[in-house]
Design a protein around this ligand. Sequence first.
Ligand code: HEM
Length: 331
Amino acid sequence: MLSLTHSLFTTIFLVLVILLHPSNAQLSSTFYSSTCPNVSSIVRNVIQQALQSDSRIVASLTRLHFHDCFVNGCDGSLLLDQGGNITLSEKNANPNNNSARGFDVVDNIKTSLENSCPGVVSCADILALAAEASVSLAGGPSWNVLLGRRDGLIANQSGANTAIPAPTESLANISAKFAAVGLNTTDLVALSGAHTFGRGQCRFFNQRLFNFSNTGSPDPTLNTTYLATLQQSCPQNGSGTTLNNLDPSSPDTFDNNYFKNLLINQGLLQSDQELFSTNGSATIAIVNNFANNQTAFFEAFAQSMINMGNISPLTGSQGEIRTDCKKVNGS
Ligand code: HEM
């Protein structure tokens, strides 16, 4: 009898451990349905407000979710300012420094949410919601954002320097960085389609314009008319910070023109054009498909954003809900 009771308790205990263990916790689209039912419209309204004076903000916000998720998972670590225990912020890492933007709008979203549902919505979830609202406001797809992420307590600057792909990297390297966070080739091509809006500074692609890989000539995979335009915008010894549209054909609209551009050698970044111009690559067929079928692109993009948003979230009692996205609570 004693051993039967004992084994019953053991079983109940094990079931509870399995049910409550955070690593089994799943994100859910209804996570805030009772605690902050208007979370999506609050996020969307603040972005709509920001759009009135900054047509680029939707692109910038979408990129923040990517740069957050690739480093220590989607945990809002990108948003932490340097200072106190945060000795090396992700904001100051190479891919973000003088490049990542939109942090002020994230803070406005947080303030608005703290007014309606104090202490409830994580900064990591704000980035996921802001990305979806941004894409849809720019004419792209909508999807049900999975929620329930919590905010991390640390930043990982060296992680940001290594995990986020650089625009001059080979397709093989970039694919490996996506694979390292569980994203496949379709995710890579679909998510690169986010370069259908927003801007790129000359310093991220000017190595293609005059003396590519020490050949003395420009990148041969650059359309010559487009090359001339870019050489004008980014002259040798000119400013590296001049902005150029990532998608010159429809700079602020979320559509499949990015892929159409690749077919005519008008990708802005080397990493963009490589998706179509790397001989024998599995990415070529996917680019062709998305260029010919915007619906296929939109469906794949939405699914891949969900996949990216699932990278190693903190859930349950891990991390915290930050009150100020820039700071760990109590610091
Ligand atoms: C595949 C590897 C990728 C590389 C090498 C890359 C690189 C870059 C670079 C160099 C810029 C220009 C930044 C600047 O000039 O300050 C940029 C901009 C941007 N990236 Fe990516 N990116 C990649 C993937 C992604 C993904 C997966 C997303 C989102 C899902 C994304 C969204 C954006 C957006 C929206 C912009 C424009 C931001 C703005 O205008 O503020 N990128 N990217």
